[in-house]
Design a protein around this ligand. Structure first.
Ligand code: 5FX
Length: 490
Protein backbone atom coordinates (compact mmCIF):
# COMPACT_ATOMS: atom_id res chain seq x y z
CA UNK A 1 0.00 0.00 0.00
CA UNK A 2 1.47 3.48 -0.91
CA UNK A 3 2.41 5.96 1.84
CA UNK A 4 -0.81 7.36 3.33
CA UNK A 5 -1.28 11.14 3.40
CA UNK A 6 -2.43 12.05 6.93
CA UNK A 7 -6.18 12.48 6.86
CA UNK A 8 -8.98 12.21 9.40
CA UNK A 9 -10.62 8.86 9.23
CA UNK A 10 -12.57 6.14 10.98
CA UNK A 11 -11.60 2.47 11.18
CA UNK A 12 -14.02 -0.39 10.52
CA UNK A 13 -13.10 -3.87 11.81
CA UNK A 14 -14.57 -7.28 11.01
CA UNK A 15 -13.81 -10.28 13.23
CA UNK A 16 -15.32 -12.84 10.88
CA UNK A 17 -15.19 -16.62 10.73
CA UNK A 18 -12.09 -16.83 8.53
CA UNK A 19 -10.21 -13.57 9.14
CA UNK A 20 -9.83 -10.25 10.92
CA UNK A 21 -10.09 -7.38 8.46
CA UNK A 22 -9.77 -3.59 8.80
CA UNK A 23 -10.58 -0.66 6.51
CA UNK A 24 -9.78 3.02 6.98
CA UNK A 25 -12.44 5.37 5.57
CA UNK A 26 -11.88 9.12 5.21
CA UNK A 27 -14.43 11.92 5.70
CA UNK A 28 -15.40 11.67 2.01
CA UNK A 29 -16.16 7.98 2.64
CA UNK A 30 -13.26 6.77 0.53
CA UNK A 31 -11.60 3.52 1.66
CA UNK A 32 -7.89 4.34 1.59
CA UNK A 33 -6.44 1.49 3.63
CA UNK A 34 -7.40 -2.14 4.10
CA UNK A 35 -5.68 -5.18 5.44
CA UNK A 36 -6.57 -8.61 6.75
CA UNK A 37 -5.16 -11.62 8.55
CA UNK A 38 -6.46 -15.02 7.46
CA UNK A 39 -6.47 -17.44 10.38
CA UNK A 40 -5.73 -20.61 8.35
CA UNK A 41 -2.87 -18.92 6.43
CA UNK A 42 -1.29 -16.54 8.91
CA UNK A 43 -1.80 -18.31 12.25
CA UNK A 44 -0.95 -21.91 11.35
CA UNK A 45 -0.17 -22.79 14.97
CA UNK A 46 -3.91 -22.82 15.74
CA UNK A 47 -4.61 -25.47 13.07
CA UNK A 48 -8.01 -24.17 12.01
CA UNK A 49 -9.88 -24.96 8.78
CA UNK A 50 -12.02 -22.10 7.60
CA UNK A 51 -11.14 -20.43 10.89
CA UNK A 52 -12.76 -23.11 13.02
CA UNK A 53 -12.30 -26.51 14.62
CA UNK A 54 -15.09 -29.01 13.88
CA UNK A 55 -15.09 -31.46 16.78
CA UNK A 56 -15.32 -35.24 16.51
CA UNK A 57 -19.07 -35.24 17.19
CA UNK A 58 -19.53 -33.33 13.94
CA UNK A 59 -21.84 -30.90 15.74
CA UNK A 60 -19.58 -28.88 18.04
CA UNK A 61 -17.68 -26.07 16.24
CA UNK A 62 -15.33 -23.69 18.03
CA UNK A 63 -12.60 -21.12 17.35
CA UNK A 64 -9.62 -20.26 19.62
CA UNK A 65 -10.16 -16.81 21.18
CA UNK A 66 -6.39 -16.20 21.41
CA UNK A 67 -6.21 -16.66 17.62
CA UNK A 68 -8.55 -13.69 17.24
CA UNK A 69 -6.41 -11.65 19.69
CA UNK A 70 -3.17 -12.54 17.91
CA UNK A 71 -4.71 -11.66 14.52
CA UNK A 72 -5.44 -8.17 15.85
CA UNK A 73 -1.84 -7.84 17.05
CA UNK A 74 -0.57 -8.80 13.58
CA UNK A 75 -2.78 -6.30 11.74
CA UNK A 76 -1.92 -3.43 14.08
CA UNK A 77 1.82 -4.19 13.79
CA UNK A 78 1.48 -4.31 9.96
CA UNK A 79 -0.33 -0.97 9.95
CA UNK A 80 2.36 0.53 12.21
CA UNK A 81 5.15 -0.84 10.00
CA UNK A 82 3.42 0.55 6.89
CA UNK A 83 3.47 4.04 8.38
CA UNK A 84 -0.29 4.30 8.93
CA UNK A 85 -0.97 7.54 10.83
CA UNK A 86 -3.09 6.39 13.79
CA UNK A 87 -3.23 9.95 15.13
CA UNK A 88 -5.85 10.74 12.44
CA UNK A 89 -8.34 8.14 13.67
CA UNK A 90 -11.41 9.95 15.03
CA UNK A 91 -13.37 6.81 15.94
CA UNK A 92 -13.58 3.11 15.28
CA UNK A 93 -16.24 0.45 15.29
CA UNK A 94 -16.51 -3.09 14.09
CA UNK A 95 -18.40 -6.30 13.48
CA UNK A 96 -18.11 -9.87 14.62
CA UNK A 97 -19.48 -13.14 13.37
CA UNK A 98 -22.88 -13.41 15.02
CA UNK A 99 -23.83 -15.75 17.89
CA UNK A 100 -20.25 -16.70 18.92
CA UNK A 101 -19.45 -16.22 22.60
CA UNK A 102 -16.32 -15.36 24.63
CA UNK A 103 -15.95 -16.21 28.36
CA UNK A 104 -13.71 -13.78 30.29
CA UNK A 105 -12.21 -15.31 33.45
CA UNK A 106 -12.52 -13.53 36.82
CA UNK A 107 -9.84 -10.85 36.99
CA UNK A 108 -9.71 -10.24 33.22
CA UNK A 109 -11.07 -6.68 33.54
CA UNK A 110 -8.07 -5.70 35.73
CA UNK A 111 -5.71 -7.06 33.04
CA UNK A 112 -7.60 -5.20 30.28
CA UNK A 113 -7.30 -1.86 32.11
CA UNK A 114 -3.57 -2.21 32.82
CA UNK A 115 -2.09 -3.53 29.57
CA UNK A 116 1.60 -2.73 29.06
CA UNK A 117 2.29 -0.93 25.76
CA UNK A 118 5.61 -2.80 25.61
CA UNK A 119 3.91 -6.13 24.95
CA UNK A 120 1.45 -7.50 22.41
CA UNK A 121 -2.15 -8.15 23.43
CA UNK A 122 -1.96 -11.92 23.13
CA UNK A 123 1.14 -12.02 25.37
CA UNK A 124 -0.91 -10.38 28.16
CA UNK A 125 -4.33 -12.02 27.75
CA UNK A 126 -3.24 -15.68 27.81
CA UNK A 127 -4.87 -16.31 31.23
CA UNK A 128 -7.96 -14.14 30.76
CA UNK A 129 -10.44 -16.67 29.40
CA UNK A 130 -12.26 -19.42 31.30
CA UNK A 131 -12.49 -21.41 28.07
CA UNK A 132 -10.13 -20.90 25.13
CA UNK A 133 -12.23 -22.60 22.45
CA UNK A 134 -15.29 -20.45 21.81
CA UNK A 135 -18.51 -21.78 20.30
CA UNK A 136 -19.29 -20.12 16.96
CA UNK A 137 -22.27 -19.85 14.61
CA UNK A 138 -21.52 -23.12 12.79
CA UNK A 139 -22.14 -25.11 16.00
CA UNK A 140 -25.28 -27.25 16.02
CA UNK A 141 -24.77 -29.19 19.27
CA UNK A 142 -27.42 -27.50 21.43
CA UNK A 143 -30.73 -28.96 20.20
CA UNK A 144 -31.65 -30.12 23.72
CA UNK A 145 -31.05 -26.64 25.10
CA UNK A 146 -33.18 -25.15 22.27
CA UNK A 147 -36.16 -27.37 23.11
CA UNK A 148 -35.75 -26.58 26.83
CA UNK A 149 -35.72 -22.82 26.15
CA UNK A 150 -38.79 -22.95 23.89
CA UNK A 151 -40.66 -25.04 26.47
CA UNK A 152 -39.85 -22.48 29.17
CA UNK A 153 -41.37 -19.54 27.30
CA UNK A 154 -44.35 -21.32 25.80
CA UNK A 155 -43.11 -22.65 22.48
CA UNK A 156 -41.20 -21.72 19.33
CA UNK A 157 -43.58 -18.97 18.18
CA UNK A 158 -43.67 -17.42 21.66
CA UNK A 159 -39.86 -17.31 21.72
CA UNK A 160 -39.83 -15.78 18.25
CA UNK A 161 -42.29 -13.06 19.32
CA UNK A 162 -40.14 -12.36 22.39
CA UNK A 163 -36.60 -12.49 20.93
CA UNK A 164 -37.07 -12.26 17.16
CA UNK A 165 -36.28 -15.91 16.40
CA UNK A 166 -37.36 -19.37 17.45
CA UNK A 167 -34.55 -21.27 19.19
CA UNK A 168 -31.59 -21.99 16.96
CA UNK A 169 -28.63 -24.16 17.96
CA UNK A 170 -26.12 -21.44 17.05
CA UNK A 171 -27.86 -18.74 19.11
CA UNK A 172 -25.82 -17.69 22.14
CA UNK A 173 -28.30 -18.35 24.94
CA UNK A 174 -28.42 -22.03 24.03
CA UNK A 175 -24.62 -22.16 23.83
CA UNK A 176 -24.31 -20.60 27.31
CA UNK A 177 -26.83 -23.12 28.65
CA UNK A 178 -24.73 -25.97 27.25
CA UNK A 179 -21.53 -24.57 28.82
CA UNK A 180 -23.23 -24.17 32.20
CA UNK A 181 -24.57 -27.72 32.08
CA UNK A 182 -21.37 -29.38 30.80
CA UNK A 183 -18.65 -27.21 32.41
CA UNK A 184 -20.14 -25.51 35.49
CA UNK A 185 -16.69 -24.73 36.90
CA UNK A 186 -15.70 -22.71 33.82
CA UNK A 187 -19.06 -20.95 33.96
CA UNK A 188 -18.62 -20.07 37.65
CA UNK A 189 -15.10 -18.70 36.94
CA UNK A 190 -16.52 -16.44 34.20
CA UNK A 191 -16.85 -12.75 35.11
CA UNK A 192 -18.20 -11.63 31.73
CA UNK A 193 -19.68 -13.22 28.61
CA UNK A 194 -19.18 -11.28 25.35
CA UNK A 195 -20.31 -11.82 21.82
CA UNK A 196 -17.48 -11.83 19.27
CA UNK A 197 -18.46 -8.23 18.48
CA UNK A 198 -18.38 -6.94 22.06
CA UNK A 199 -15.24 -9.00 22.80
CA UNK A 200 -13.45 -7.17 19.96
CA UNK A 201 -14.72 -3.80 21.22
CA UNK A 202 -13.44 -4.69 24.71
CA UNK A 203 -9.90 -5.07 23.37
CA UNK A 204 -9.96 -1.48 22.07
CA UNK A 205 -11.82 -0.14 25.09
CA UNK A 206 -9.53 -1.70 27.69
CA UNK A 207 -12.59 -2.88 29.62
CA UNK A 208 -15.70 -5.01 29.07
CA UNK A 209 -17.74 -3.45 26.26
CA UNK A 210 -21.52 -3.91 26.38
CA UNK A 211 -23.47 -6.05 23.94
CA UNK A 212 -25.38 -3.96 21.40
CA UNK A 213 -29.10 -4.40 20.70
CA UNK A 214 -28.59 -5.63 17.14
CA UNK A 215 -26.09 -8.45 17.76
CA UNK A 216 -27.80 -9.15 21.08
CA UNK A 217 -30.90 -9.99 19.02
CA UNK A 218 -29.06 -13.11 17.86
CA UNK A 219 -28.94 -14.72 21.31
CA UNK A 220 -32.54 -15.85 22.00
CA UNK A 221 -32.18 -13.73 25.18
CA UNK A 222 -33.06 -10.13 24.28
CA UNK A 223 -36.66 -8.83 24.24
CA UNK A 224 -36.43 -7.04 20.89
CA UNK A 225 -39.42 -4.77 21.47
CA UNK A 226 -38.25 -3.20 24.75
CA UNK A 227 -34.54 -4.00 24.35
CA UNK A 228 -33.99 -5.62 27.72
CA UNK A 229 -32.88 -9.13 28.63
CA UNK A 230 -35.78 -11.55 28.98
CA UNK A 231 -35.69 -12.78 32.59
CA UNK A 232 -37.51 -15.95 31.53
CA UNK A 233 -34.90 -16.73 28.86
CA UNK A 234 -31.95 -15.87 31.13
CA UNK A 235 -33.32 -18.11 33.85
CA UNK A 236 -33.84 -20.98 31.41
CA UNK A 237 -30.18 -20.85 30.30
CA UNK A 238 -27.98 -20.32 33.37
CA UNK A 239 -27.94 -18.68 36.84
CA UNK A 240 -26.57 -15.16 37.46
CA UNK A 241 -26.46 -14.66 33.68
CA UNK A 242 -27.59 -11.03 33.61
CA UNK A 243 -24.59 -9.89 35.66
CA UNK A 244 -22.27 -11.78 33.32
CA UNK A 245 -23.82 -10.15 30.23
CA UNK A 246 -24.08 -6.57 31.47
CA UNK A 247 -26.71 -4.14 30.16
CA UNK A 248 -27.25 -4.05 26.37
CA UNK A 249 -26.84 -0.70 24.58
CA UNK A 250 -28.07 0.90 21.34
CA UNK A 251 -25.84 -0.14 18.43
CA UNK A 252 -24.97 3.51 17.73
CA UNK A 253 -23.61 4.08 21.24
CA UNK A 254 -20.16 5.50 21.92
CA UNK A 255 -19.03 2.99 24.56
CA UNK A 256 -15.94 5.00 25.53
CA UNK A 257 -12.53 6.29 24.43
CA UNK A 258 -9.79 4.02 23.16
CA UNK A 259 -7.60 2.55 25.92
CA UNK A 260 -4.21 4.08 26.74
CA UNK A 261 -2.58 0.88 25.47
CA UNK A 262 -3.40 1.85 21.87
CA UNK A 263 -2.49 5.52 22.47
CA UNK A 264 0.96 4.65 23.83
CA UNK A 265 1.80 1.68 21.53
CA UNK A 266 0.30 2.84 18.24
CA UNK A 267 -0.28 6.58 18.55
CA UNK A 268 -4.10 6.67 18.47
CA UNK A 269 -5.37 10.04 19.78
CA UNK A 270 -6.58 9.80 23.41
CA UNK A 271 -10.00 11.07 22.28
CA UNK A 272 -10.51 8.34 19.65
CA UNK A 273 -14.03 7.05 20.26
CA UNK A 274 -15.00 3.38 20.35
CA UNK A 275 -18.50 2.87 18.94
CA UNK A 276 -20.34 -0.31 19.91
CA UNK A 277 -19.41 -3.24 17.71
CA UNK A 278 -22.25 -5.31 16.25
CA UNK A 279 -22.91 -8.48 14.26
CA UNK A 280 -21.54 -8.96 10.73
CA UNK A 281 -24.98 -9.01 9.13
CA UNK A 282 -26.28 -5.85 10.85
CA UNK A 283 -22.97 -4.14 10.00
CA UNK A 284 -23.39 -5.22 6.36
CA UNK A 285 -26.87 -3.70 6.30
CA UNK A 286 -25.23 -0.42 7.37
CA UNK A 287 -22.42 -0.89 4.86
CA UNK A 288 -24.90 -1.35 2.00
CA UNK A 289 -26.61 1.85 3.17
CA UNK A 290 -29.94 0.06 3.15
CA UNK A 291 -32.85 2.40 3.84
CA UNK A 292 -36.43 1.89 4.95
CA UNK A 293 -38.22 -0.38 2.48
CA UNK A 294 -35.04 -1.61 0.78
CA UNK A 295 -33.97 -5.22 0.37
CA UNK A 296 -30.45 -6.59 -0.02
CA UNK A 297 -30.14 -10.01 -1.67
CA UNK A 298 -26.86 -11.86 -1.43
CA UNK A 299 -26.93 -14.56 -4.14
CA UNK A 300 -24.12 -16.81 -2.97
CA UNK A 301 -23.68 -20.51 -2.17
CA UNK A 302 -26.61 -19.89 0.11
CA UNK A 303 -28.84 -16.90 -0.51
CA UNK A 304 -29.32 -14.30 2.22
CA UNK A 305 -31.98 -11.62 2.36
CA UNK A 306 -31.54 -8.45 4.45
CA UNK A 307 -34.70 -6.44 5.06
CA UNK A 308 -35.25 -3.03 6.68
CA UNK A 309 -38.41 -3.40 8.73
CA UNK A 310 -40.52 -0.91 10.70
CA UNK A 311 -43.14 -3.27 12.11
CA UNK A 312 -41.84 -6.83 12.16
CA UNK A 313 -44.00 -9.91 12.53
CA UNK A 314 -41.74 -12.59 14.03
CA UNK A 315 -42.32 -16.03 12.54
CA UNK A 316 -40.86 -19.53 12.75
CA UNK A 317 -38.72 -18.86 9.67
CA UNK A 318 -35.98 -16.25 9.56
CA UNK A 319 -34.81 -13.72 12.13
CA UNK A 320 -35.73 -10.25 13.35
CA UNK A 321 -32.88 -8.18 14.79
CA UNK A 322 -32.95 -4.67 16.23
CA UNK A 323 -31.85 -2.31 13.47
CA UNK A 324 -28.17 -1.26 13.81
CA UNK A 325 -28.76 2.19 12.30
CA UNK A 326 -32.19 3.27 13.59
CA UNK A 327 -32.93 1.94 17.11
CA UNK A 328 -36.67 2.37 16.51
CA UNK A 329 -36.63 0.02 13.52
CA UNK A 330 -35.67 -3.58 12.85
CA UNK A 331 -33.91 -5.71 10.29
CA UNK A 332 -34.99 -9.07 8.93
CA UNK A 333 -32.59 -11.83 7.94
CA UNK A 334 -33.58 -14.86 5.87
CA UNK A 335 -31.09 -17.56 4.89
CA UNK A 336 -31.80 -19.99 2.02
CA UNK A 337 -29.36 -22.87 1.84
CA UNK A 338 -30.25 -23.96 -1.74
CA UNK A 339 -28.88 -20.85 -3.46
CA UNK A 340 -26.15 -21.04 -6.09
CA UNK A 341 -25.70 -24.68 -5.22
CA UNK A 342 -29.07 -25.39 -6.91
CA UNK A 343 -28.60 -22.87 -9.71
CA UNK A 344 -25.27 -24.46 -10.69
CA UNK A 345 -26.68 -28.00 -10.51
CA UNK A 346 -29.57 -27.16 -12.84
CA UNK A 347 -27.19 -25.25 -15.12
CA UNK A 348 -24.94 -28.31 -15.34
CA UNK A 349 -27.84 -30.72 -15.90
CA UNK A 350 -29.84 -28.69 -18.44
CA UNK A 351 -27.64 -25.92 -19.89
CA UNK A 352 -24.40 -27.78 -20.59
CA UNK A 353 -22.78 -26.09 -17.57
CA UNK A 354 -23.05 -22.79 -19.42
CA UNK A 355 -24.49 -19.60 -17.96
CA UNK A 356 -25.11 -18.24 -21.46
CA UNK A 357 -27.23 -21.30 -22.27
CA UNK A 358 -28.93 -20.84 -18.88
CA UNK A 359 -29.70 -17.23 -19.80
CA UNK A 360 -31.10 -18.28 -23.19
CA UNK A 361 -33.69 -20.38 -21.36
CA UNK A 362 -34.76 -17.34 -19.31
CA UNK A 363 -34.87 -15.21 -22.46
CA UNK A 364 -36.99 -17.76 -24.36
CA UNK A 365 -39.63 -18.25 -21.64
CA UNK A 366 -42.19 -15.74 -20.47
CA UNK A 367 -42.54 -14.15 -17.02
CA UNK A 368 -44.92 -16.42 -15.06
CA UNK A 369 -43.71 -19.51 -16.97
CA UNK A 370 -47.26 -20.19 -18.30
CA UNK A 371 -48.33 -21.06 -14.78
CA UNK A 372 -45.68 -23.76 -14.22
CA UNK A 373 -44.17 -23.64 -10.71
CA UNK A 374 -41.13 -25.37 -9.22
CA UNK A 375 -39.26 -25.57 -5.90
CA UNK A 376 -35.81 -27.20 -5.82
CA UNK A 377 -34.04 -28.30 -2.62
CA UNK A 378 -31.24 -30.81 -3.21
CA UNK A 379 -29.97 -30.26 0.34
CA UNK A 380 -32.20 -29.84 3.40
CA UNK A 381 -33.45 -26.28 3.17
CA UNK A 382 -33.36 -23.91 6.18
CA UNK A 383 -36.29 -21.76 5.06
CA UNK A 384 -38.45 -23.77 5.37
CA UNK A 385 -37.12 -27.19 6.45
CA UNK A 386 -37.82 -29.23 3.29
CA UNK A 387 -35.88 -31.32 0.76
CA UNK A 388 -36.43 -32.55 -2.83
CA UNK A 389 -37.62 -31.16 -6.15
CA UNK A 390 -41.32 -30.26 -6.45
CA UNK A 391 -43.00 -29.21 -9.77
CA UNK A 392 -46.60 -28.14 -10.40
CA UNK A 393 -48.34 -27.59 -13.77
CA UNK A 394 -50.64 -24.66 -14.59
CA UNK A 395 -53.52 -26.96 -13.64
CA UNK A 396 -51.89 -27.35 -10.20
CA UNK A 397 -51.02 -31.00 -10.73
CA UNK A 398 -47.67 -32.22 -9.39
CA UNK A 399 -45.53 -33.33 -12.36
CA UNK A 400 -42.20 -35.16 -12.52
CA UNK A 401 -40.48 -33.03 -15.16
CA UNK A 402 -40.57 -29.83 -17.20
CA UNK A 403 -38.98 -29.03 -20.59
CA UNK A 404 -35.42 -27.78 -19.98
CA UNK A 405 -36.19 -24.07 -20.48
CA UNK A 406 -39.37 -24.21 -18.37
CA UNK A 407 -37.39 -25.97 -15.61
CA UNK A 408 -34.74 -23.23 -15.56
CA UNK A 409 -37.31 -20.46 -15.30
CA UNK A 410 -39.26 -22.45 -12.70
CA UNK A 411 -36.08 -22.73 -10.57
CA UNK A 412 -35.31 -18.99 -10.62
CA UNK A 413 -38.90 -17.77 -10.29
CA UNK A 414 -39.49 -20.28 -7.49
CA UNK A 415 -36.39 -19.14 -5.58
CA UNK A 416 -37.38 -15.47 -5.77
CA UNK A 417 -41.09 -16.03 -5.07
CA UNK A 418 -40.11 -17.98 -1.94
CA UNK A 419 -37.95 -15.02 -0.87
CA UNK A 420 -40.83 -12.59 -1.37
CA UNK A 421 -43.32 -14.77 0.49
CA UNK A 422 -41.01 -15.27 3.48
CA UNK A 423 -40.04 -11.58 3.50
CA UNK A 424 -43.73 -10.65 3.65
CA UNK A 425 -44.14 -13.20 6.43
CA UNK A 426 -41.63 -11.18 8.49
CA UNK A 427 -43.71 -8.05 7.95
CA UNK A 428 -41.92 -6.72 4.88
CA UNK A 429 -43.96 -4.74 2.34
CA UNK A 430 -42.72 -3.43 -1.00
CA UNK A 431 -42.89 0.40 -0.90
CA UNK A 432 -42.98 2.85 -3.85
CA UNK A 433 -39.34 3.80 -3.18
CA UNK A 434 -38.20 0.21 -2.59
CA UNK A 435 -35.03 -0.84 -4.35
CA UNK A 436 -33.29 -4.22 -4.32
CA UNK A 437 -29.51 -4.30 -3.88
CA UNK A 438 -28.15 -7.53 -5.32
CA UNK A 439 -24.72 -8.94 -4.58
CA UNK A 440 -22.93 -12.28 -4.78
CA UNK A 441 -21.95 -14.48 -7.72
CA UNK A 442 -25.36 -14.80 -9.39
CA UNK A 443 -25.79 -11.01 -9.39
CA UNK A 444 -23.47 -10.95 -12.42
CA UNK A 445 -26.22 -12.58 -14.54
CA UNK A 446 -28.61 -9.90 -15.86
CA UNK A 447 -31.28 -12.42 -16.84
CA UNK A 448 -31.42 -13.78 -13.30
CA UNK A 449 -31.66 -10.22 -11.99
CA UNK A 450 -34.50 -9.49 -14.45
CA UNK A 451 -36.52 -12.32 -12.88
CA UNK A 452 -35.75 -10.88 -9.42
CA UNK A 453 -37.03 -7.46 -10.55
CA UNK A 454 -40.15 -9.04 -12.13
CA UNK A 455 -41.03 -11.08 -9.03
CA UNK A 456 -40.67 -8.15 -6.62
CA UNK A 457 -41.87 -5.49 -9.08
CA UNK A 458 -38.99 -3.22 -8.11
CA UNK A 459 -35.73 -1.96 -9.65
CA UNK A 460 -32.61 -4.03 -8.94
CA UNK A 461 -29.12 -2.57 -8.47
CA UNK A 462 -25.88 -4.54 -8.23
CA UNK A 463 -23.46 -3.61 -5.45
CA UNK A 464 -20.06 -4.87 -4.38
CA UNK A 465 -20.24 -5.93 -0.73
CA UNK A 466 -16.79 -7.50 -0.39
CA UNK A 467 -16.04 -5.28 2.63
CA UNK A 468 -19.62 -4.45 3.61
CA UNK A 469 -19.27 -5.38 7.30
CA UNK A 470 -16.01 -3.43 7.66
CA UNK A 471 -17.19 -0.42 5.66
CA UNK A 472 -20.52 -0.45 7.47
CA UNK A 473 -18.61 -0.38 10.75
CA UNK A 474 -16.58 2.63 9.66
CA UNK A 475 -19.83 4.35 8.58
CA UNK A 476 -21.31 3.60 11.99
CA UNK A 477 -18.22 5.10 13.66
CA UNK A 478 -18.66 8.30 11.63
CA UNK A 479 -22.40 8.23 12.33
CA UNK A 480 -21.68 8.47 16.06
CA UNK A 481 -19.55 11.61 15.64
CA UNK A 482 -20.68 15.26 15.51
CA UNK A 483 -22.06 16.13 12.04
CA UNK A 484 -19.10 18.33 11.10
CA UNK A 485 -16.91 15.21 10.89
CA UNK A 486 -18.26 13.83 7.67
CA UNK A 487 -20.36 14.10 4.57
CA UNK A 488 -23.86 12.66 4.95
CA UNK A 489 -24.07 8.89 4.97
CA UNK A 490 -27.76 8.17 5.48
O1 5FX B 1 -25.37 -17.24 11.66
C1 5FX B 1 -25.37 -16.31 10.92
C2 5FX B 1 -26.49 -15.33 10.91
O2 5FX B 1 -27.56 -15.76 11.74
C3 5FX B 1 -24.19 -16.09 10.05
O3 5FX B 1 -24.48 -15.17 9.01
C4 5FX B 1 -23.02 -15.58 10.87
O4 5FX B 1 -23.30 -14.26 11.34
C5 5FX B 1 -21.76 -15.58 10.01
F1 5FX B 1 -20.70 -15.13 10.74
Amino acid sequence: MAEHAARRCCLGWDFSTQQVKVVAVDAELNVFYEDSVLFDRDLLEFGTQGGVHVHEDGLTVTSPVLMWVQALDIILEKMKASGFDFSQVLALSGAGQQHGSVYWKAGASQVLTSLSPDLLLHEQLQACFSIRDCPVWMDSSTTAQCRQLEATVGGAQALSCLTGSRAYERFTGNQIAKLYQQNPEAYSHTERISLVSSFAASLFLGSHSPIDYSDGSGMNLLRIQDKVWSQACLGACAPHLEEKLGLPVPSCSVVGAISSYFVQRYGFPPGCKVVAFTGDNPASLAGMRLEEGDIAVSLGTSDTLFLWLQEPTPTLEGHIFCNPVDPQHYMGLLCFKNGSLMREKIRDELASSSWSEFSKALQSTEMGNSGNLGFYFDVMEITPEIIGRHRFSAENHEVSAFPWDVEIRALIEGQFMAKKIHAEGLGYRVMPKTKILATGGASHNRDILQVLADVFGTPVYVIDTANSACVGSAYRAFHALPPFCLVSIY
